[in-house]
Design a protein around this ligand. Structure first.
Ligand code: F6P
Length: 517
């Protein structure tokens, strides 16, 4: 039976019983902002929140996140709680308020100038500052308090997201040994030689070993994590069972690639799409050129300069393609208080200007850089219009843009040009796989995409769509929640013993697939 919202609802009901489900993620799924006197809400540019919101809609529960919108307090109660989605609430968003100093140290500093470059092979040097670490610790503690407040005295499953909360699982485990704690690390885990430069590696690893289950997108990152622990900490690392046992407690480490809800990208009517396409072409002064498309946060891991250079090279090698296509780059500003991100933004504008000057003229721009946040409804028609979507990350845990593009192409047209260095490249093998650093190879892939015969587009797209439909976000969540359910049962069976050791040891060798059966 295929995984759907309804099936996930059933699994959540059956597996979690009466236990609460609490998701912790730094980014909130809905942000309230002032628009003059009015308050409106928006969705952030985040694959994580787009993927998890439908899961929460299916399972209910509480999502604990940083309240980052300037009108967030206005619409939340005194505990920071508000029902979401705003138009038809099905779950609770619990907002945690952070001071500027906390945001600076925890989010911009330790998480995004330390762990982010450390975990991605993007050749950006990580920066570790003791004051940032201090704030990272304090904010993890603040989130732990909010989670414990939500849990109250009840049994609960806490599902932690990402590198913002490496210390949280240990804090929760110490306070409530009976909680079932899962953690999904959405970015890569580097090899142990890379990770050991982090001055706080032992604290981070110890924090993560507070989890019952720690999950990554791909097996390679699980292996890197296990090897890092093996080298750094006194513990028993089992490379066959993929687990770590420390102080009698076991953490399972398993791969579970994240995905999307394909239905969110299913086809609006053909007329509606055509109307939208005409509107976009008029607005961007496009005639009938073919479109190449990139959709990203402006981040140095996404390989956007490499992409522009490939367009440059393509036009150098194939001047006959001049005015035959335009490259539209949607680039949502991101983490703008970090100097590297600001510099990247400037570099991109300069590159676009240079390339457009070299190859373009008054009536044609090779690259159109839309340097602003676009809502999913605005991105959708672009996916549908594109001859190819280009995802050229120099390193990426998964990359959900690749899967969204495939889900949007119910017409079985369009080609995905995809970096080998994304987790998505393991799932979407019918994409044109590229090395973004190899400029000639990249330019050639763009040419192939522009000229690919329709039958071949269709053959590749059909297979990729099947992959995304079969392995959707509901399956991802279903596997993880089923595992949580087994842990809850085992906790229950270890009557009187609330230490995670008893329960986790019994489940130490249980794979995610077995847990979901
Ligand atoms: O991929 C890592 C990640 O943190 C995701 O979880 C999220 O989709 C994206 O980066 C957005 O980052 P931020 O929340 O910092 O804007």
């Amino acid at each position: 039976m295929p995984w759907s919202k309804e099936r996930l609802e059933e699994v959540a009901r059956a597996r979690l019983g009466g236990s609460k489900l609490i998701v912790v993620a730094n980014r909130e799924p809905f942000i309230h902002v002032y628009d003059g006197e009015e308050i409106r809400w928006m969705k952030p540019a985040s694959g994580l929140t787009t993927a998890l919101d439908p899961v929460m809609q299916a399972c209910s529960g509480v999502w604990v996140a940083h309240g980052s919108g300037d009108a967030d307090r206005e619409v939340s109660d005194e505990r920071g709680r508000v029902g979401v989605p705003p138009e038809n609430p099905t779950y609770t968003l619990r907002r945690v308020w952070l001071s500027k100093q906390e945001q600076q140290g925890y989010y911009y500093g330790f998480a995004n100038e330390g762990l982010w470059p450390l975990c991605h092979i993007a050749y950006t040097r990580p920066r570790f500052d003791a004051r940032d670490w201090d704030q990272y610790y304090r904010v993890n503690r603040k989130f732990a308090d909010a989670v414990l407040d939500e849990v109250d005295d009840e049994p609960a499953v806490v599902f932690v997201q990402d590198y913002h909360f490496a210390l949280l699982p240990r804090m929760l485990r110490d306070a409530r040994p009976d909680l079932v704690i899962l953690h999904f690390w959405h970015i890569p885990w580097p090899n142990r030689e890379v990770f050991r430069v982090c001055p706080y590696q032992n604290e981070i690893l110890d924090g993560l070993l507070g989890n019952d289950l720690l999950s990554f997108h791909i097996q390679y990152h699980c292996n890197n994590f296990l090897e890092t622990v093996d080298r750094a900490l006194e513990s028993k690392v089992d490379m066959e069972e993929f687990s770590v046992t420390r102080g009698g407690k076991t953490t399972l480490v398993q791969a579970q690639p994240i995905s999307i809800d394909p239905d969110l990208w299913s086809q609006p009517s053909v007329e509606e799409m055509k109307r939208e396409e005409r509107r976009i072409r008029k607005r961007l002064h496009l005639r009938d050129q073919l479109l190449l498309l990139g959709v990203d946060r402006v981040d140095y891991t996404k390989g956007i300069p490499e992409r522009f250079r490939a367009v440059d090279r393509l036009l150098e090698l194939h001047p006959e393609l001049r005015a035959k296509f335009s490259f539209i780059q949607v680039g949502a500003p991101s983490r703008v208080y970090i100097p590297n991100y600001r510099h990247l933004n400037e570099e991109l504008h300069a590159l676009v200007e240079e390339i457009n000057w070299r190859h373009g003229d008054d009536s044609w721009r090779p690259i159109i850089f839309l340097n602003e946040h676009h809502r999913p409804e605005q991105v959708h028609p672009l996916y549908r219009m594109a001859t190819a979507c280009v995802v050229s990350s120099v390193h990426d845990g998964m990359n959900l843009v690749a899967k969204e593009f495939v889900a949007a192409r119910g017409d079985l047209r369009g080609t995905l040009v995809l970096s080998r260095f994304t987790g998505a490249a393991q799932d979407l093998t019918d994409a044109l796989l590229i090395n973004p650093f190899a400029v000639d190879e990249f330019a050639e892939a763009l040419r192939l995409a522009l000229e690919m015969p329709e039958e071949e587009q269709e053959r590749r797209m059909r297979r990729m769509r099947q992959q995304v439909m079969d392995n959707n976000i509901y399956r991802w969540a279903g596997m993880l929640l089923s595992h949580a359910g087994k842990l809850l049962e085992a906790r229950h069976a270890g009557v009187g013993d609330k230490s995670n050791g008893v329960a986790s040891d019994k489940l130490g060798s249980l794979s995610l697939a077995e847990a979901s059966s």
